[in-house]
Design a protein around this ligand. Structure first.
Ligand code: SF4
Length: 244
C-alpha cells in the first residue's frame, strides 16, 4: 500500500489550512522581495510548499542541501521538480576538502560512534551549505510541522532567528493527513521512499524505514535519544554562532 492510500485523509479545516498557508507565503514573498528562499528537504511537506510556490508563481527561490549522502530516490526528485514546474532548484553542497578530511580522520560511520561526531558531520554537510544558501537572504521557508515530533511541538508559523533572519513555517498547523491529502488532490510528485515506510527522509546512513506504530521521526538517528534528534538546521542559535 502506498503513502497516499495510507495517509491521505480529508479532515475538517483542510481547505482553510491550505488558504492560510498560501496567504502566509504570499505575505512572506511580498515582505522579502527577491531575498526569500524555500529550503526544501525534498520530503513530502516541502513538495507541498514547492507546489504552492510554483502554482501561484510566488517569487520565492527553491533550494536544497546536497550533503553528498542523499538517497538516489531523493536526488531524482530534483529534475522531476524542475521539469514539472519550470523552475530551478538550487543545490548547495558542502566544501569537499573538510568533508574528505573528516571522513579520513573519523571514518565513513563516524555519525553512529557519538553524538558529537554525528553533529560534527551535520555541521559540515548541512549547516555550512545552509549558511551558503541563506547568505544575502533575509527570510526562508521550511516545512516544519508541530506534529512531527515533541521537539517541534511548539513550532511557530514564523520566527526571527538570532541572526535577524525570519523563518516561515507555514505548515506548522498541518497534519500528516493534510500533507498527503494535498499531494493526492494536486498530483504532487513525491519521494518514492515514502511508499516504503520512510516518513522522514534525510541522508542515507541516518535514515531507515519505520515499523507500524513507530513515531514519525523514529527512522532518523534511531541510535540516539529523542532529545538529541535534530541536525542543527532548526535549532535556534545566537547571532554570534550563526553560520550565515
Ligand atoms: S544526517 Fe547523518 S550523514 Fe547527514 S550530515 Fe547528519 S550525520 Fe552526516
Amino acid at each position: 500500500m502506498g503513502a497516499i492510500a495510507l495517509y491521505a485523509r480529508a479532515t475538517p479545516g483542510h481547505e482553510q489550512r491550505v488558504a492560510d498557508t498560501l496567504a502566509q507565503l504570499q505575505a512572506a514573498a511580498a515582505a522579502h522581495p527577491g531575498d526569500i528562499v524555500q529550503a526544501t528537504s525534498l520530503g513530502a511537506e516541502d513538495m507541498v510548499l514547492t507546489d504552492l510556490i510554483a502554482r501561484h508563481r510566488l517569487p520565492i527561490a527553491v533550494a536544497t542541501l546536497d550533503t553528498g549522502l542523499m538517497h538516489p530516490q531523493t536526488l531524482a526528485l530534483i529534475p522531476r521538480l524542475e521539469a514539472r514546474y519550470g523552475l530551478r532548484v538550487e543545490r548547495h553542497a558542502p566544501a569537499q576538502e573538510p568533508v574528505v578530511h573528516f571522513v579520513r580522520q573519523h571514518g565513513e560511520q563516524a555519525m553512529v560512534r557519538s553524538i558529537e561526531l554525528r553533529k560534527a558531520c551535520c555541521a559540515l554537510r548541512k549547516l555550512q551549505p545552509l549558511a551558503q544558501m541563506l547568505k544575502g537572504r533575509s527570510a526562508w521557508v521550511t516545512g516544519l510541522r508541530r506534529e512531527q515530533s515533541a521537539n517541534r511541538g511548539s513550532v511557530p508559523v514564523s520566527e526571527r532567528g538570532g541572526d535577524g533572519r525570519i523563518k516561515f513555517n507555514p505548515l506548522a498547523e498541518w497534519s500528516w493527513a493534510d500533507v498527503w491529502h494535498y499531494i493526492a488532490t494536486h498530483g504532487v510528485p513525491y519521494n518514492e521512499l515514502h511508499d516504503q515506510f520512510f516518513p522522514s527522509i534525510g541522508c542515507a546512513p541516518c535514515t531507515r524505514a519505520i515499523a507500524v506504530g513507530e513515531d514519525f521521526r523514529a527512522g532518523r538517528w534511531w541510535w540516539e535519544n529523542e532529545a538529541a534528534k535534530e541536525c542543527g538546521l532548526h535549532v535556534a542559535r545566537p547571532a554570534e554562532e550563526s553560520h550565515a
